[in-house]
Design a protein around this ligand. Structure first.
Ligand SMILES: Nc1ncnc2c1ncn2[C@@H]1O[C@H](COP(=O)(O)OP(=O)(O)OP(=O)(O)O)[C@@H](O)[C@H]1O
Ligand SMILES: [Mg+2]
Length: 486
């Protein structure tokens, strides 16, 4: 019996909303299946049905053997160490005593194979987003399962890290593990997977062999129509455009940002590249005092005026917005509603008079953002936790906009966002720039940076290592700086 997974006519609804209808699919031993689909198409729901976390309304799922799902949103327990998290529920013991040393050693080996040096004894709460992702990956690889489902595991990884993960996955496949790989990075999907299945609005519209498929083909199947170019036309800013945002000799108290200086012109989209751990997110967080990241020294200026604010709230009201890469950690209150999240930061300024908050105004404004970004949700009054990952990202974006910023720091703005919506977000960033907002685009996706920016800073080890602009912007040039070679 070669089939690991047989799904027949599967149907699932949440309340009155159908999420999956009539899904039929089989997966053999040693096969890697890519699962593509727009935000909200039902990918994560399908993964949760297979793993048994959700129950189907009708249809059947037959699983030969065991299954492990690496979830789209992290599930690490912050108060445990990395090692404890990895082995949670399947601890090794010797003579009835937990063999912590052996577990740590195994975790270390695995991190080495993945090309990242995380100390297994660190507390999970101290991990960066990329490190959390690596820990989740390590956890999934340690399970000896017949079916491994990875729900968007590479959204914050660099190409090098992704390649290392892929070579481990290929080894697992060669040993007979079946793998379902969910991602919006279609070129990655095609390089790893044997077959690609596409979900559109809960219906499996195709399942094809990978050979001969292009990312464009898959994208068109996802949306059911022909697609526009991946990137909008670049926003060119004249050399003499006024400088709007200046950072001089900025260092953070924890030493992760060291003597960083740069500027952004009015209406410019400045790219910020670098490998995981280079300090890009830390830089954005230091500017905004997010996550208690303190500034040690340095000056920040907006339109010539020195920024004196010391709390995130005050900084947001001074005209800087930040879309954090850590959607669930700092960007959103997922148990609260869509409208509450969107209007959270500007509640006092925009939605209340004499200390009374107008829910009507909040909802009205939320509805406009829902239309603008095509956020898929039943109403502004549903909890953010019920939205698909990509739609949560759009809510975070709306929240950042609602304070009417003049400087917008985008940290991985298209993390987990599908191709169609990705283009919408790019259009949106260019539109903001056209209105004079200075944008910083932080991304681990080099194509995204190359496609949108006319000037790119590259960070390495906490400092700005180099700058490329115009025709010099290429993957090679950026990587040389990012790796600290140039
Ligand atoms: N617990 C829930 N309660 C209500 N609706 C839900 C719940 N979970 C998911 N949904 C809805 O089901 C639909 C499919 O969501 P799912 O998370 O499967 O999408 P997805 O394909 O994984 O999208 P993404 O690419 O954004 O991660 C969405 O419209 C979502 O709002
Ligand atoms: Mg999902």
């Amino acid at each position: 019996m070669d089939d690991v997974l047989i799904i027949d006519d599967l149907t699932k609804s949440f309340g009155a909303t159908p999420v999956l209808s009539g899904v039929t699919l089989t997966l053999k031993r040693g096969q890697i299946l890519g699962l593509a689909g727009e935000n909200g198409a039902g990918k994560s729901t399908l993964a949760n049905l297979i793993s048994g976390r959700l129950k189907a309304d009708s249809g059947s799922i037959r699983l030969n053997g065991s299954c492990y799902v690496l979830p789209q949103e992290f599930s690490l327990i912050p108060t445990l160490t990395v090692c404890d998290n990895i082995f949670l529920g399947r601890e090794r013991s010797r003579f009835g005593v937990l063999d912590t040393r052996a577990m740590c050693r195994r975790a270390k080996e695995l991190f080495a194979e993945l090309g990242c040096a995380i100390d297994p004894e660190r507390m999970a709460s101290t991990l960066s987003v990329a490190e959390k992702q690596m820990t989740e990956i390590a956890k999934s690889l340690l399970f000896d399962s017949n079916l491994l489902i990875l729900d968007e595991p590479t959204t914050v990884l660099s190409r090098q890290e992704t390649e290392k993960l892929f070579s481990l996955l290929r080894q697992l496949r060669d040993k007979g593990t079946a793998i379902i790989f969910v991602t919006h990075k279609l070129d990655e999907m095609l390089s790893l997977c044997d077959e690609v299945a596409v979900l559109r609005d809960g219906v499996l519209v195709s399942q094809n062999k990978t050979s001969g498929l292009t990312p464009y083909d898959v994208a068109c199947k996802m949306v059911g129509r022909n697609l526009a170019q991946a990137f909008p036309e670049k926003t060119i800013v004249p050399e003499d455009a006024p400088v709007r945002f200046v950072v001089e000799h900025l260092s953070s108290a924890d030493g992760l940002v060291k003597d960083v200086s740069f500027f952004i012109r009015r209406g410019e989209i400045l790219g910020l590249a670098g490998l995981a751990g280079a300090g890009r997110t830390e830089l954005a967080e230091t500017i905004c005092c997010l996550r208690k990241r303190k500034k040690k020294s340095g000056v920040i200026r907006i339109d010539g005026k020195v920024l004196t604010a010391q709390t995130p709230q005050k900084i947001f009201h001074s005209g800087i917005s930040c879309l954090s890469e850590d959607r669930q950690g700092t960007a959103l209150l997922t148990e609260q509603t869509v409208y509450e999240n969107i209007t959270l930061t500007s509640l006092l300024q925009k939605y209340s008079s004499w200390g009374i908050v107008s829910k009507k105004k909040q909802i009205c404004s939320a509805q406009e953002y829902i239309k603008l970004f095509r956020i898929k949700c039943e109403s502004p009054e549903v909890a953010v936790s019920g939205l698909s990952g990509g739609n949560q990202q759009k809510v975070a974006l709306a929240k950042g906009l609602d304070t009417d910023p003049v400087v917008f720091l985008f940290d991985e703005p298209t993390r987990g966002v599908d191709v169609g919506a990705r283009r919408e977000i790019y259009d949106f960033i260019h539109e903001l720039a056209a209105q004079g907002v200075s944008c910083l685009l932080i991304s681990s996706d080099l194509q995204e940076i190359i496609g949108n920016c006319t000037r790119v800073l590259v960070m390495h080890n906490g400092t700005i290592r180099g700058e490329v602009s115009g025709n010099d912007i290429s993957e090679e040039n950026i990587i040389l700086y990012a790796a600290g070679v140039k």
